[in-house]
Ligand binder design. Structure first.
Ligand code: HEM
Length: 413
């Protein structure tokens, strides 16, 4: 226990991590490459803080595994106790698995998220965005030009896109919005408990949808997964439920905050907006820089040390937990020159906001496409879109692990 006596009380939900992340994460890196911390429900762990350490932890899955059993630990006993049903479904999810199970499951869905499939989906995404912007325009007329964009654009677009890709009925989307509402406020253990009812309703609904698809196949990825399950040895029933739940959650919640942070960036930096308005082919590198500069996902999932080892000058014991801090890596001056500047044509912008290694984000091409299209369609319709708040002090949320806003109200005139 001696090595944990120095454990610092880091408050990672403190507002300075949102308001001035460059200074706050710089202080964290100054404390060391691996900083001892304590996180609700996960417990004592080491935060990886530098670009090289984060990248290497994520890529070395023989030393840093995802399934705690492979490091001689029990599978989060507190979580199992607090939410047994939910835990059973989520535990069968590929993001918590190591090879070969992880590869077996990922190979079932990889194709649907490759470049060609996402390019084929672009016209649909454009239609989803345009329909939503028509609605925003109507609202603006009724509300003296003021519209809250998270609720009316940034959330509906990724939710509609992932529902379309899975083959879930569009008319059920308002239910998800209700059920997912509590997810956006996780700041503490109590916040985690509050998501249980919404999660349980979502699982029940998805079980029902899977049954429907078994009876009547319909276009979409869910049918392909049901067929894989029926074919025999590649996917079992619980893995199927977990997969659909994972894709639905991972496929929309993160992207909401990427679109929000991207819109905020253009509102804060009119010179960047003007360069894009003059040439929308620049939107690709601009979205990459938003991912680095505003890192919506601040941490990767915890990894478990499989064997006593020396790594980046630090000695680890088997079973210890390491959490890679993606935001800190993205602001590391040893990797990115002037990390606190938004340079949208930054050369070799290999940020880590989608992770790295075997669990690198499955949906990165989808998230990029949605954000690029949303920015282009929004600012082409309202080139002079203005925030209704002081742009240098937006309403940051204290949510753990996400760099997100509570609201993004604009004047669409
Ligand atoms: C801004 C948007 C997004 C960000 C920043 C993001 C970030 C990440 C990160 C950091 C990981 C790795 C976690 C780890 O290794 O611990 C990950 C994994 C994953 N993401 Fe994303 N994600 C985004 C959007 C999406 C979308 C649109 C989907 C669509 C389904 C998606 C599906 C997944 C899945 C399934 C995994 C697990 C992959 C595996 O275990 O092999 N994500 N994401």
């Amino acid at each position: 226990m001696g090595r944990f006596r120095m454990r610092l009380k880091l408050n990672l939900t403190a507002i300075e991590y949102r308001a001035d992340p460059f200074t706050a994460f710089g202080r964290l890196r100054d404390m060391g490459t691996f900083v001892p911390a304590r996180i609700p429900l996960i417990g004592n762990l080491w935060l990886a803080t530098t670009y090289d350490a984060v990248n290497d932890v994520l890529k070395d899955d023989s030393l840093f595994c995802r399934n705690p059993k492979n490091a001689g630990r029990r599978n989060f006993p507190m979580l199992q106790l607090m939410m047994p049903g939910l835990f059973r479904v989520m535990a069968k999810n590929m993001i918590g698995m190591d090879e070969p199970d992880h590869r077996r499951l990922r190979s079932l869905v990889d194709q649907a998220f490759q470049r060609q499939s996402i390019d084929d989906l672009r016209p649909t995404i454009k239609q989803i965005v345009d329909d939503q912007l028509d609605y925003v325009e109507e609202l603006a007329k009724q509300q003296n030009c003021k519209v809250e964009l998270i609720e009316h654009l940034c959330r509906p677009v990724p939710l509609a896109a992932i529902c379309q890709l899975l083959g879930l009925p569009a008319e059920d989307q308002p239910n998800f919005k209700k059920w997912f509402n509590s997810f956006t406020r996780i700041q503490s253990v109590w916040g985690i408990v509050k998501i249980v009812p919404g999660m349980s309703k979502t699982i029940k609904y998805l079980r029902h949808q899977i049954e429907e698809v078994r009876r009547n196949p319909r276009p979409g990825l869910m049918t392909a997964l049901v067929e894989a399950e029926q074919a025999g040895d590649r996917l079992n029933d619980q893995e199927l439920q977990s997969m659909v739940m994972l894709l639905l959650l991972a496929g929309h919640e993160t992207t909401v905050h990427l679109i929000t942070n991207a819109v905020l960036t253009l509102l804060q930096m009119p010179d960047v907006r003007d360069q894009l308005l003059a040439d929308w082919t620049l939107v690709d590198p601009a979205v990459e820089e938003v991912l680095r500069y505003c890192s919506p996902v601040q941490f990767a999932k915890p990894r478990f040390v499989t064997t006593d080892t020396e790594f980046h000058g630090h000695s680890f014991k088997r079973g210890e937990v390491v959490m890679p801090c993606l935001a800190s890596a993205n602001y590391d001056p040893h990797r990115f020159e002037q990390p606190d500047r938004f340079i949208f044509d930054r050369p070799r912008n290999y940020h880590l906001d989608f992770g790295a290694g075997p669990h690198v984000c499955l949906g990165l091409k989808l998230a990029r496409a949605e954000t690029q299209i949303a920015l282009e369609r929004l600012f082409t319709r309202w080139p002079d879109l203005q925030p209704t708040f002081e742009p240098s002090t937006p309403d940051w949320s204290r949510r753990l692990g996400m760099r997100s806003l509570n609201s993004l109200e604009v004047r669409a005139a």
